[in-house]
Design a binder for this molecule. Structure first.
Ligand code: DQA
Length: 143
């Protein structure tokens, strides 16, 4: 059975109340519960890790080695400037799928740059919480 880690970075713990016009009204718990159901159908086992702290996210990426087959990761704003997270993704040798709920290319200019895309296996963005579902499916079926 494939093991997939669902990781969320800064401010994603506020989903449900955070800018609902952009991110919708589902909480992160709602999304994770749905992903659990989808994972069962796909025959995959999930782990979850959420943190607002860059170092904790890096530690979780390191700890994923030898435990998970792949990682589905919404790095939040760290996406746009954290070379430390980019280096961690590159270092662990596990495929990571970059996820964004919003279409970052259609938003402020600083969101147009992702310093992690080049070291991720692929990116899903712009489909709200379904971005996670699409990434999960890819992780379970392709990676
Ligand atoms: C986000 C997009 C980022 O630019 C932003 O900083 C987030 C959420 C998304 O899911 O659309 O925190 O990653």
């Amino acid at each position: 059975m494939k093991k997939i880690l669902i990781m969320n970075g800064p401010n994603l713990c506020l989903l449900g109340t955070r800018e609902p016009g952009i991110y919708g009204s589902e909480t992160l718990d709602d999304i994770c519960r749905r992903l659990e159901l989808e994972a069962k159908e796909l025959g995959a086992e999930l782990g979850f890790f959420t943190s607002n702290c860059e170092g904790e996210l890096i530690d979780a990426l390191h700890a994923a080695r030898g435990v998970y087959d792949s990682v589905v990761f919404n790095a939040g704003a760290y996406t746009h400037y954290s070379y430390a997270i980019r280096d961690a993704i590159s270092a662990i040798g596990i495929p990571v799928i970059e996820v964004h709920m919003s279409n970052v290319a259609a938003r402020e200019e600083f969101r147009h740059t992702s310093v992690i895309s080049a070291v991720c296996r692929g990116t899903v963005c712009g489909f709200g919480s379904y971005s996670y579902s699409m990434a999960l499916r890819a992780a379970a079926e392709i990676l």
